[in-house]
Design a protein around this ligand. Structure first.
Ligand SMILES: NC(=O)C1=CN([C@@H]2O[C@H](COP(=O)(O)OP(=O)(O)OC[C@H]3O[C@@H](n4cnc5c(N)ncnc54)[C@H](O)[C@@H]3O)[C@@H](O)[C@H]2O)C=CC1
Ligand SMILES: CC(C)CC(=O)C(=O)O
Ligand SMILES: [Mg+2]
Length: 355
């Protein structure tokens, strides 16, 4: 199995290095994998003048799975948009048709005190956010900034076809069926036509899943409910932008954005796996970033692309053991526990994998 490693920018190389150690350990244990580094994002712009170079496109298309750190840096914010790192990320998602982004929001009990909510409100929290990833306002045309009647006007288009909504709906209903049988679809149908269609299509698809209890919620209310009573949710399904925003919000219920992994899948379960966070330029190069989201993304890769459930669980247990032993990067640190850097956190997870 070929895995392409896209370290990316900022803290990307630091956290991917720790995830790579986990992959190399599994390889030593007999997992048949080959790792191949490639460029995406700002590092690719520096080397090739393109955020998603042809060589990466080819490797990604041939790979069985991809692990990404994160892309982006303020250094590139003045480049023309098509040259910016984030466009490279959007382009690889589109090129591989990775329309289904799974973002599990799971609280490790060891982190109950660092959650932004009271321990009793988050105890046992386990939500799955299903985010549509290749459509919506991040991709819709037309888009741009242009002069109209003597002033600049900026515009983007939120666009979803029935087919795009149907396929993400099936992913979400099937996930709900395997979990607690509850699906909440998030939209803004009171204002946006595009999300009226979203609600209509989700409601139609629900007829094929009578065993799943479907509810709908407007996104502003959903943002509030997530911090009021998050355990009311089991699976949440939503479009690209709302899912992006709600998952960052939800991450803090688990203690830190540095804890949330994700899987971006196409219809052949080919996947790109990445933490939900960005390149965190404010902490890059300091050996303080939390590598656990990247390591947990490897667990998702094993589960979804390689059908290696046992190995996935082994990684998740090693992460939990590390937390139980009191090791914490700065973002999840509490007084009295053992503060470690990115590399030492990797050391500790590896040590727990070895037992
Ligand atoms: N998937 C990707 O590659 C993504 C890339 N970005 C890009 O990343 C750059 C920075 O974006 P921001 O808005 O600052 O979001 P960000 O997610 O990079 O950082 C937000 C805050 O969370 C902290 N943080 C993030 N990951 C952490 C970790 N593993 N451990 C400890 N703390 C962590 C950061 O230090 C920062 O204070 C931008 O260029 C943005 O476009 C943003 C989100 C996703
Ligand atoms: C940088 C964006 C393209 C994506 C993002 O924020 C995300 O996927 O979470
Ligand atoms: Mg995001």
């Amino acid at each position: 199995m070929k895995i392409v490693l896209l370290a990316g920018d900022g803290i990307g190389p630091e956290i991917v290095a720790q995830a790579e150690r986990v992959l190399l350990f599994l390889k030593q244990q007999g997992l048949k994998i080959e790792l191949e580094p490639a460029l995406l994002g700002g590092c690719a712009v520096d080397a090739t003048d393109e955020p998603f170079p042809e060589a990466t496109r080819k490797l990604a298309a041939e790979a069985d799975a991809i692990l990404l750190g994160a892309v982006g840096s303020p250094r590139y914010d003045t480049l023309p948009r098509e040259k910016r790192p984030e466009q490279g990320l959007l382009a690889i998602r589109k090129a591989l048709n990775l329309f289904a982004n799974l973002r599990p929001v799971m609280l490790y009990p060891e982190l109950a005190d660092v959650s932004t909510l009271k321990p009793e409100v988050v105890a046992g929290l386990d939500i799955l956010i299903v985010r549509e990833l290749t459509g919506g306002i991040y991709f819709g045309q037309p888009r741009g900034i242009e002069y109209q009647e003597g002033q600049k006007v900026g515009f983007n288009t939120m666009h979803y076809s029935e087919a795009e909504i149907q396929r993400i709906a099936h992913i979400a209903f099937q996930a709900a069926r395997k979990r607690n049988g509850k699906l909440c679809s998030i939209d803004k149908m009171n204002v946006l036509e595009c999300t009226q269609l979203w609600r209509d299509v989700i409601t139609e698809i629900a007829q094929s899943y009578p065993d799943v209890e479907l509810s709908h919620m407007l996104v502003d209310n959903a943002a509030m409910q997530l911090v009021r009573d998050p355990k009311q949710f089991d699976v949440m399904v939503t479009g690209n932008m709302f899912g992006d925003i709600l998952s960052d919000e939800a991450s803090m219920l688990t203690g830190s954005i540095g804890m949330l992994p994700s899987a971006s899948l196409n219809d052949q379960n080919k996947g790109l796996y990445e933490p939900i966070h960005g390149s965190a330029p404010d902490i890059a190069g300091k050996n303080i970033a939390n590598p656990l989201a990247a390591i947990l993304s490897v667990a998702m890769m094993l589960r979804y692309s390689f059908n290696e459930e046992e190995a996935a669980l082994k990684i998740e247990r090693a992460v939990q053991a590390t937390l139980r032993q009191g090791y914490r990067t700065e973002d999840i640190y509490e007084i009295g526990l053992k503060k470690v850097g990115t590399i030492e956190m990797g050391d500790r997870v590896l040590a727990n994998l070895q037992v």
